[in-house]
Ligand binder design. Structure first.
Ligand code: N01
Length: 496
């Protein structure tokens, strides 16, 4: 950093690299840079601790709905996960352990938010400005700021007038005790299916406000015994096999989840309906919980205890639309007032994939938000024409609907690493993806979208206001990995 005295050693080197964000993406990049012998990087993290999603989402029941043997770094396998679908705290512990092991803290500036980035073509460097006004010069930026970060509060009339406790799932208030309280949960997405069954036994009453029911499938969870963990520790091939089988298993079933193929979707719908029948006895309740959109159009949820929660005497499903939030609670459109001590917002996140994380100014003074005003687009989800030496992780059209996001992230890290090596080896000033290369790639991606189930007519956070999908990758993870496996200088404009 040119002005801060607390800068780590990275800025004394002649090839400073900035990593933005200390979640899975940023930590994975740092490890791979270290492995490649490149030490001149700094990780900027706006929060006071590493972990991203797994630091922020600590609501009761928070867990990953992807098995941990694949939802972990392939290069940092962990044989002793306590269960198939690890809880949030265990994933956070894993990340903390990895950070210690690779001594990444000495590269890290916590509580340091980047608020602006500006590229200098002559110098071939980015100037990053922090919230406190310090500046940092980086030859390359790897942006791993995350896609689902900032909690989204719904635009409900009177939301500020509620006199009780309002908690968002992604910013859980652990000091507030829900025991014996009258609680509402708004939302029925991936966070809600975890928090509802976890708090239901503790609260006096729980009302779940559902706008759209979701397809829910069984969760094949399993607690690993000490013997199993020991076997995985002693015989690493077992862990590798478990990861490999889970990865290819999700690829095999991928089309059921992402293709707009009604016959395939019906298989999923039947499985989910069977699950619903096993969990809920009341036919009227089942009707209310049954989605009317195609399987996979919105994110498929995995739970063995969400639907079952509605069988409890203290849990109610409210399908009447919310009219307004008032001092005492929630008024529904039929005029009924539902009184609560606390409202839990399980209403998701602003989609940070689709916008620049902060003002980013590239060549010719153009900003990323201007360039993305018609929708976020990046070559292979990573590089944007006009923004040289800037690599995005978990960027546009790289989210999976069917498998671990980390397999995509690892491919992106390798791509960025190849580019960094090329820039260093050839002493390049900058590399900037050619506009025509990016356009052709994006045309292919958007062309395939019409065959994807996400475009089959439901509304979801996957889609932008104009109905385009700039979030998910329309295909198999293996195909994305193949496409991202090589950084090709010929696809880039190069300045020496
Ligand atoms: O949020 P969501 P989430 N009135 O946006 C409802 C990841 N994740 O936090 O469907 C009433 O999915 C909204 O209703 P509708 C995962 O990628 C991963 O649950 O729009 N309701 C919906 O039901 C996931 O997709 C894990 O009609 C309102 C809910 O709020 C993403 O995070 C775990 C409303 C929001 O659902 C987001 O999941 C958890 C209103 N005004 C999350 N506004 C893993 O296990 C919104 N809703 C990896």
């Amino acid at each position: 950093m040119t002005s801060s005295s607390s800068a780590p050693r990275a800025d004394r080197r002649d090839f400073p690299i900035a990593i933005i964000g200390a979640g899975f993406a940023g930590i994975g990049t740092a490890i791979q840079l270290k492995k490649a012998g490149i030490d001149s990087f700094t990780i900027f993290e706006r929060a006071g601790e590493i972990g991203g999603t797994w630091r922020d989402n600590t609501y009761p029941g928070a867990a990953c709905d992807v098995p941990s043997h694949v939802y972990s770094f392939s290069f940092e396998p962990k044989p002793d996960w306590s269960r198939t679908f690890a809880e949030s705290w265990e994933i956070q512990e894993y990340l903390l352990g990895v950070v210690e092991k690779w001594k990444l803290r000495e590269h890290m500036l916590l509580d340091t938010e980047i608020v602006e980035a500006r590229f200098d073509e002559e110098e071939g460097a980015w100037t990053l400005t922090t919230g406190s006004g310090d500046t940092f010069r980086a030859r390359v930026v790897v942006a791993g700021a995350g896609g689902l970060v900032d909690p989204s509060f719904p635009d409900i009339k009177g939301i500020e007038s509620f006199a009780g406790e309002m908690i968002h799932t992604a910013r859980w208030d652990h000091d507030y005790d829900l025991t014996g309280r009258r609680v509402a949960v708004i939302g029925t997405g991936a966070s809600a299916v975890q928090v509802v069954p976890s708090i239901a036994p503790q609260v006096e009453t729980l009302a779940v406000f559902q706008r759209t029911p979701a397809w829910v499938v069984p969760k094949p969870d399993h607690i690993y015994s000490e013997e199993e963990k020991e076997r995985l520790r002693r015989q690493p091939w077992r862990l590798w096999l478990s990861r490999t089988l889970r990865y290819w298993g999700s690829e095999l079933f991928g089309p059921l989840v992402f293709l707009d193929a009604p016959r395939l979707s019906r298989l999923g719908e039947r499985m989910s309906m069977r699950h619903l029948h096993q969990q809920v006895k009341d036919p009227e309740l089942r009707r209310k919980l049954t989605p009317d959109f195609q399987f996979g159009c919105k994110r498929i949820l995995i739970s063995d205890d969400y639907w079952r929660s509605f069988e409890r005497d203290n849990v109610e499903l409210v399908t009447e639309p919310i009219e307004e939030i008032v001092r005492e609670g929630i008024r529904t459109r039929d005029g009924a007032l539902h009184e609560f001590d606390a409202i839990v917002m399980a209403t998701g996140f602003s989609l940070n994939i689709a916008t620049a994380p902060f003002p980013v100014t590239g060549r010719d003074g153009r900003t990323l938000d201007e360039v993305w005003s018609g929708g976020a687009v990046a070559y292979k989800g990573m590089t944007v024409s006009g923004f040289p030496n800037w690599f995005i992780l978990m960027g546009p059209n790289t989210g999976p609907g069917h498998t671990s996001v980390l397999v995509y992230t690892e491919a992106q890290i390798q791509y960025a690493l190849q580019a960094i090596r090329e820039i260093m080896r050839e002493d390049l000033r900058w590399v900037d993806v050619k506009q025509e290369v990016q356009d052709a790639y994006n045309a292919g991606i958007q062309g395939r979208m019409k065959h994807m189930v996400w475009s089959s007519g439901c509304s979801s956070w996957y889609l932008s206001a104009d109905g385009e999908n700039h979030s998910l990758y329309p295909g198999f993870a293996a195909e994305y990995i193949l496409r991202a496996r090589r950084f090709k200088p010929s696809e880039y404009e190069i300045a020496r």
